[in-house]
Design a protein around this ligand. Structure first.
Ligand code: NDP
Ligand SMILES: CCCCCC(=O)/C=C/[C@H]1[C@H](O)CC(=O)[C@@H]1CCCCCCC(=O)O
Length: 333
């Protein structure tokens, strides 16, 4: 008899998540049936969307999330024992799956050959965040050689890759994040051209110094007043803005107030577009293979912030929301 540990969504978040909003329980799993397989979680992801989408998630259910799991029993030839899968099984240690899609989420996928790179990367640079960065830059932002690009959430899973991909495309990249230690990593190790600490610097003033001629492309991971400042005061005419996330407001009880951006969009004739990585599902492998190639060529670096122990999922989640992560935040069971 297999016993799964599962985090259930107990109470709707009210502002910043509290530990009592989730409940850790044990579930006895039945024997697998024909067409099913049993998978044991090895790495689990903690992501900002887990907070952003909470108001739409039903109480009492397993909390949402992706994981890399090892198939330990199988009556489904597409998911043989010993293989690793990346799947949206939620915050749980053991899962019985029929290999089909949970509606609204990605379909379980046997991990492609990562050529010796760690399987955990399927939750980061070789998974959803990596593809958000890759397609967000190549399809939405479309930076040209010589462009100046600003990226917020710059030291996180998506932002750290966005900046590096823009460097690969020949751009000048300005990263905006929440600590000088993050800035040092971005500039010294990832090759960003400059860094702004939004917690200690005046973002408007610092951006004027870093990009006196203005910004051609802005990859927005945070929203709020920082984005209003960039869009209203720093974009060049005909610039592009990719709206990827707005984490500055996810934990707020009331919708955050920020200076309207319409004037800036109009004055500079900007093209501003939202994106969801799921829109590129039909060419998902293109992003994974390109990011993998850039890693192998030494042109794309990744970093993981690993929390040990399934019981520490909530801690890892809230540490990430507070900015404790460099690169991708994950949990190792
Ligand atoms: N549209 C899509 O398909 C996707 C969108 N996203 C979005 O992209 C963004 C980044 O996601 P991801 O890379 O996974 O997460 P990160 O790895 O960037 O982690 C979240 C980071 O957000 C920063 N942060 C927290 N609070 C604030 C705040 N008030 N203002 C500014 N920054 C803050 C913290 O860094 P710091 O120390 O700098 O404050 C923290 O490390 C999120 O908004 C997310 O929702 C992510 C994946 C897919
Ligand atoms: C205002 C919320 C912005 C959240 C942005 C974000 O982080 C999106 C991430 C998605 C990514 O594109 C792929 C995913 O799996 C993430 C979450 C998708 C949620 C689907 C919600 C399904 C539902 O509405 O029930």
């Amino acid at each position: 008899m297999v016993v799964a540990k599962v985090f259930k969504f107990e109470k709707q978040f009210d502002g910043f998540p509290q530990e009592t909003d989730l409940k850790l329980v044990e579930e006895q799993l039945p024997e697998i049936k024909d067409g099913e397989f049993l998978a044991e979680a090895v790495y689990l992801s903690v992501d900002p969307y887990m907070r952003a989408y909470a108001p739409r998630l039903p109480l009492g259910e397993t909390y949402v999330g992706g994981q890399v799991a090892k198939v330990t029993e199988s009556k489904n030839p597409k998911f043989p024992v010993g293989k690793y899968v990346v799947a949206h099984f939620g915050w749980r240690t053991h899962t019985i799956s029929d290999g089909k899609r949970t509606p609204g989420w990605t379909i379980p996928m046997v991990l492609p050959d990562f050529g010796g790179l760690p399987a955990s990367l399927a939750l980061g640079v070789l998974g959803m965040p990596g593809n958000t960065a890759y397609f967000g830059v190549t399809d939405i932002l479309q930076p040209q050689q010589g462009h100046t690009v600003a990226v917020t959430g710059a030291a996180g899973a998506v932002g750290s890759l966005v900046g590096q991909i823009c460097k690969i495309k020949g751009c000048k990249v300005i990263g905006i994040a929440g600590s000088d230690e993050k800035g040092k990593w971005l500039v010294d190790e990832l090759g960003f051209d400059s860094f702004i600490n939004y917690k200690s610097d005046d973002v408007g003033k610092a951006l004027k110094e870093a990009a006196p001629q203005g910004v051609d492309r802005y990859f927005d991971n945070v929203g709020g007043e920082i984005s209003s400042t960039i869009i209203n005061q720093h974009m060049k005419n005909f610039g592009r803005v990719a709206v990827c996330g707005c984490i500055s407001g996810y934990n707020e009880k009331e919708p955050p107030k920020a200076t309207p951006i319409q004037k800036g969009v109009l004055r500079h004739q900007l093209r501003m577009q939202g994106l969801h990585s799921t829109r590129w599902e039909d060419k998902w492998m293109e992003g994974i293979l390109q990011n993998k190639k850039w890693i192998e060529e030494g042109r794309l670096k990744y970093r993981e912030t690993v929390t040990e122990g399934f019981e520490n999922m909530f801690k890892a989640f809230t540490d990430m929301l507070r900015g404790g992560n460099f690169g991708k935040a994950i949990v190792k069971v």
